[in-house]
Structure formats: C-alpha cells, structure tokens
Design a protein around this ligand. Sequence first.
Ligand code: HEM
Length: 495
Amino acid sequence: MFETEHTLVPLLLLPSLLSLLLFLILLKRRSRHSFNLPPGKSGWPFLGETIGYLKPYSAKTLGYFMQQHISKYGKIYRSNLFGEPTIVSADAGLNRFILQNEGRLFECSYPRSIGGILGKWSMLVLVGDMHRDMRSISLNFLSHARLRTILLKDVERHTLFVLDSWQQHSVFSAQDEAKKFTFNLMAKHIMSMDPGEEETEQLKKEYVTFMKGVVSAPLNLPGTAYRKALQSRGTILKFIEKKMEERKSEIQEEDEEDEAKITDDDLLGWVLKHSNLSTEQILDLILSLLFAGHETSSVAIALAIYFLQACPKAVQELREEHLEIARVKKELGESELNWDDYKKMDFTHSVINETLRLGNVVRFLHRKALRNVRYKGYDIPRGWKVLPVISAVHLDNSRYDEPNLFNPWRWQQQNSGTSSLSGCGSFSTWGNNFMPFGGGPRLCAGSELAKLEMAVFIHHLVLNFSWKLAEDDQPFAFPFVDFPKGLPIRVSRIL
Ligand code: HEM
C-alpha cells in the first residue's frame, strides 16, 4: 500500500510541475513582449549569433555581419552574443549616451575570460570606486606634464632605437617593429627596463604568448592558446613581483633625496610610494597598462604605415611638414623634438585621425544595462549586454564621405571650417562622433600618449625612409586588428 502511494506522488505532481513550467515560460514571454525591443533575432541556443559576429573581415570595412544586420534591422538591433541577450548599437547618439552614462544606466562589462587573463584588478574590468582609484593612478602616470617633459623625449629615443636598426633595402614585419617600439617604451616607463637587455627581451617573449591567449577563444584546455596564456600570465606576474621586491629594497636603502628620484621615475615606483594598493592590485595594474598601452598603439602605427604606403601624396605632404620642422630646428641648433614641434605637426594629426577612423583599432566596447533604459522608443532591458560599435559610426557614409577611403585631407577641411564635399559633418558633429578612444568616464587614459607616439614615429619615418609592401597584406578584424602576414615592408633610406 505504502509503495503504491510512493510511486503515485511524482505522477500526481507532474501536471502541477508542467503548469508551473508553462506559467514561467509565458511570464518570460510576457515580460519580453511588454518591452519594445529593437528588431533582431537570437540565433542558435547559447551560441546565439556570436560566430557570425566574430567572423574575421577586412578592417577597413564593417564586415558582412554588421552590414547585413544594419541594412535588415537598422542601426540599433538585438541579438544574442557572447552567451547573453544583447543590444548592438551602430548609432552615434546611442553610443555617446551609453558611454556618458557609465555607472548610472550602463556599466563596463567585459567577458569573464578577459578578467581571468588580465586579472580581477585590471582596469578594463573594474567598476565603481576601485576603477576610479586605478584610473587616477594611470592618469597621473600619463599626465600632460609627464608627456611634455619625460615621455616625449623617451618616445623619440625609442623610435630611433627601432628605426636605426632598419637596414637599407631590408624586408621585415612592420607590425613587429611597431610592437617592439611600443613595448620598449611601456617597459621603460612602467618598470625602468631598458631595450635590448636580457630581462626585457625575456619579458617581451613571454608577453607574445600571453597576447595570443588574450585574443583567442577562452578555452582553458591543455594545449590551447588560452591555457598557455594563463601560464604566461603566471610567469609575467612572478617577474613583475621580483621587480617590485627589488624596488622595495632599493627604496629602503636609499636616503630620502635619492628615494624621491628613484621611486617617482616609473609607474612601479610611483604606486609603491603614493598608493595603498596591495601587491595583487599592483601586479594587475601593471599588467593591464602594459597590455593597454602596447597592443593598441602598435596596431595604430602599423595601420599608418599601411595606409601611407598606398597614398604617396600624403607621404609627400608629411615629408614637407617634417622637413620644415627639421629645418627650423637645425637653424636653432636643436636636435631633439620638443612640444612646440609636436604642435606644428598639423597634417600629421590629420593622418593620425584618419588612420584611427578607418583602421578602428578598437571596434566595439562591452557594456551592460544597469536598469531598464528607453532610447528612441526602444527598450534596453536591465541586465542585457550592450555593445556600442564605435567603428560603425566611423565607417558610416551618412557621416563621412566615401568612408572606406583613406583621406587625411577630410580632417583639414573640417579644421578650416569648410564642410567636406558631401557636406557630411560640421566640426562639432565630427568631434562628437569620432570616438577611437571611447568616451565618458572610461575614455582611454593613454589617448594623448598614443597620438604622440604615432606623430614622433611618423616624423622620423618619413624623414629617413621610403617604404613599400614586400608582400600583399592587409588589416583584418578578428575582431582585434591584425595583419595576417605581419605587414612585410621593404625600406630604402633617404640619403
Ligand atoms: C591608438 C591607440 C589606442 C587606442 C585606439 C585605445 C583605445 C581605447 C579605448 C576605446 C578604451 C576604452 C575601453 C572601454 O571603454 O571599455 C581605452 C581604455 C584605456 N586605454 Fe587606451 N587606447 C590606445 C592607447 C593606449 C595607451 C598608449 C595607453 C597607455 C598606456 C592606454 C591606456 C588605456 C587605459 C588605462 C584604459 C582604461 C581606461 C579606463 O577604464 O578608465 N591606451 N583605450
């Protein structure tokens, strides 16, 4: 008797369980229907449309996925990406709105794998007060005063270190050379490491493995790039920790006067002296600054080399600008570039803007909605992923005339107040919509350094070399921008 009752219980409960399930499904549907979501589709279960979204494409374009989705659904659409329901925005106004409302309506939200590899204290994943504290340390390290005095000199020194090694008529990977330059500069300013020294080269080698994992699929399985990068992360952190211990004992040994000099010279010294960060926090801060400050600007320099080799008229105009700067300096008996020289690089700045606009080093950002948000009649539900696609605005033909063409002169027309040929965009519209460094409270902390690096590199490049592609190559968005063959170039010295 008892046995029969026991087996009957699940049977009796089955209808109630089914009704509960049905009720929950309906509730979910109803809550979805009460939102006016942007058009779009969810794609496959779990994977959603992620594979299509991440499929590599020419970095000078928006890629098939974005183009096709924008023409089908408009500039704001819904999807399912990175395992989450997502709103994708190719709309300039919404992108600005998202970035300016950081911490209020939206919040930075990178995939967990990024935190796993860059560290939980990395600036890219931190939010709230801790982000603010780390940001202010970074801004101090990259301040205008440091740029003018210390960084400019070192940017030039590290540029020449790389360019002086280029042999007449030799062929090499311009992307690797650009990486060498930005890595050396960062290693110097973060930990006072000099280029060419054994430990700098060791760290650089380890860092290459690390980077391959940062940009790979986050599969923590034996043999995967991600697993190797996690191991590399461990090695790099041990290395930085060793540097930190050395520095601490140096500080103890120095008298007060020397201490100020040593500790303030680089980021490591500065954080040890002026912050209350724990060892773990310092390690993640240093690793993430090394990452943020090295990968992006080296890609930007490689893109400039690539766009310029296809645009001899721009190289000619650059050369004239830099020859004039060099001529005046010679007359004054000066050799090193100074801030006034940098400010004279007018056309160079147009080339930099155009490189960043067309090359789109960072194509989209990761955010999530902190509450239900209504924008242009659409609802963005709380907790949904939100992707502001900044590259979509830079390549929008309603904002930029012939957006897929490298045309640095468009920035000159804009600066001189004349509108471009198609009449698209006054200065303020362009200024607002040009966001290669993001925007709002998380605006790139190194944007001024990145532009300085590009300008000084271009100065010495055009004065000393002409170059062409040694093999066909072009930038692809994976979505991180990379040249599959490393951008092989052949250089000739201008005698
Ligand atoms: C052309 C080169 C560069 C580009 C295109 C670039 C782009 C960006 C973008 C779009 C963001 C915003 C990320 C977000 O909002 O989620 C960002 C953040 C950041 N960048 Fe850059 N960046 C460049 C160079 C640099 C350099 C040279 C450094 C410094 C060493 C640097 C340090 C940072 C830091 C620390 C952040 C985090 C800011 C924060 O969260 O408050 N970047 N960068």
